[in-house]
Design a protein around this ligand. Structure first.
Ligand code: PLP
Length: 255
């Protein structure tokens, strides 16, 4: 994997805040793998331990909020963080712990994947957590990366049936505070998989790629981590999104 990092300079680091996945398909295992592929170091905060296969989740053990807070504090005490990537949080208490332990004094770009439900159907964030995510973490995010059903769930709205409606929903999400919204178009129809990047300052971009028919777990985690790696390495959000999308396409084409 090529890197935009300059030789001789310290590698940038991304703080990945997410849950473990015993199947290795998604979650923090995937995050760390993607960050390594982009030559970025990973600092980790584990929010939950999940026992899951590709078809079902059997156990979710939520990490106590004080342990989440301690992990965040220790990560920031260790080294400079170039970007923060947030995945599965699980509960309202975990969202609160993350929101109040991240430093407010420095502005570090945050890429937030609003993980609500696994592709096997397991609930990965409780209702209180969803409210807290919108209220406390969206306003601090440089980018949120929902898929089409997540956009609807976050707005308590119906699933958009056209690109036009999806853009309207993404614009509504912008009013909750993030600087940009990247809607992953994997759940829409058509030969092209179109992701929509709606930015507060730079309007709308369509990121298009050929639609691959297979499915693979952890593509959402990979995309958000790839974007965080790019931003931590000094890329613009737009370039980081484009590079991460090409990475996920390559990952899907290898399956
Ligand atoms: N399990 C964990 C621990 C995750 O973090 C995520 C996504 O972030 C998932 C499951 C969902 O992944 P998928 O929808 O690919 O099953």
């Amino acid at each position: 994997m090529s890197s935009v990092n300059e030789p001789g300079r310290a590698r940038p680091a991304v703080l990945a805040i997410a849950a473990t996945d015993s199947s290795g398909g998604a979650g923090i295992t995937r995050d760390v793998q993607v960050l390594a592929d982009f030559s970025v170091d990973a600092l980790c905060v584990v929010t939950a331990v999940t026992a899951q296969s590709d078809s079902r989740i059997t156990v979710v053990h939520h990490i106590p909020p004080e342990v989440i807070r301690a992990q965040v504090a220790a990560a920031f005490a260790t080294r400079q963080v170039g970007a923060i990537k947030i995945g599965m949080l699980g509960t309202r208490a975990s969202v609160d712990a993350v929101a109040d332990s991240l430093p407010r004094s420095v502005s570090i770009p945050m890429v937030l994947d609003p993980v609500l439900v696994s592709s096997s159907g397991g609930v990965l964030l409780d209702a209180g957590g969803r409210d807290a995510l919108r209220k406390y973490l969206f306003p601090r995010a440089a980018l949120i990366t929902p898929n089409v059903p997540e956009v609807a769930a976050l707005l308590d709205a119906d699933i958009a049936t056209s690109e036009h409606l999806l853009i309207e929903q993404a614009q509504t999400l912008l009013t909750l505070g993030p600087q940009a919204v990247l809607v992953k178009g994997g759940h829409m129809n058509g030969d092209e998989a179109v992701d929509l990047l709606v930015c507060r300052n730079h309007g709308l971009h369509r990121l298009s790629a050929p639609r691959l028919r297979g499915t693979q777990r952890g593509t959402g985690c990979a995309l958000a981590s790839g974007i965080a790696a790019g931003v931590a390495s000094g890329m613009s959000l737009f370039d980081a999104c484009g590079r991460a999308k090409r990475y996920v396409l390559e990952m899907l084409s290898r399956q």
